[in-house]
Design a binder for this molecule. Structure first.
Ligand code: SF4
Length: 152
């Protein structure tokens, strides 16, 4: 089985702050499936580290005011091509991210507040009919390769 996974959850240091966000349950899952690693923000050409980004008014802004909507969309499209080519129908993405967040993202005030919304990449996957969940679901459901649907 193939599963699309946010690179930072696998331990890749690709986050805005130069770090990773490894999650044990996701790493366990990655040992049991064929992983399609993606980082839409790296794919956008943005550097590591970089200022934090959040969505506001339908666009994506770096803290400091730079509009990076075009870069985020381009990186997400590149990651979508990779995901599509893999044939994977399930994705485990980093919660709350402006690229990878599922149903809930940071609200654009850079204060840690959340709002309803989709990450740019998560939305593209959902539009393709891919089942998209966050690491929180994986942590709570302890999926196995024999029963991968247990995480959705
Ligand atoms: Fe992680 Fe996604 Fe942000 Fe890349 S774009 S650092 S994979 S949350």
């Amino acid at each position: 089985m193939r599963v699309i996974v946010s690179e930072c959850l696998r331990g890749t240091a690709c986050r805005y702050d130069g770090g990773a966000k490894p999650v044990d349950a996701v790493q366990e899952l990655c040992q049991k499936v064929d992983v399609v690693g993606v980082c839409p923000e790296l794919a956008s050409g943005l550097p590591v580290p970089r200022p934090p980004a959040e969505q506001r008014d339908g666009r994506v802004w770096l803290k400091g005011g730079t509009d990076v909507t075009r870069e985020f969309e381009a990186g997400s499209q590149r990651s979508l091509l990779k995901a599509r080519a893999s044939g994977a129908r399930l994705a485990v993405l980093k919660a709350k991210s402006p690229s990878c967040g599922v149903h809930v993202i940071y609200d654009g005030t850079y204060t840690g507040q959340l709002t309803k919304g989709e990450g740019v990449f998560a939305r593209l996957l959902e539009n393709e009919g891919v089942c998209v969940v966050t690491e929180d679901i994986v942590k709570s459901c302890k999926p196995s390769v024999e029963h991968p649907i247990a995480i959705v």
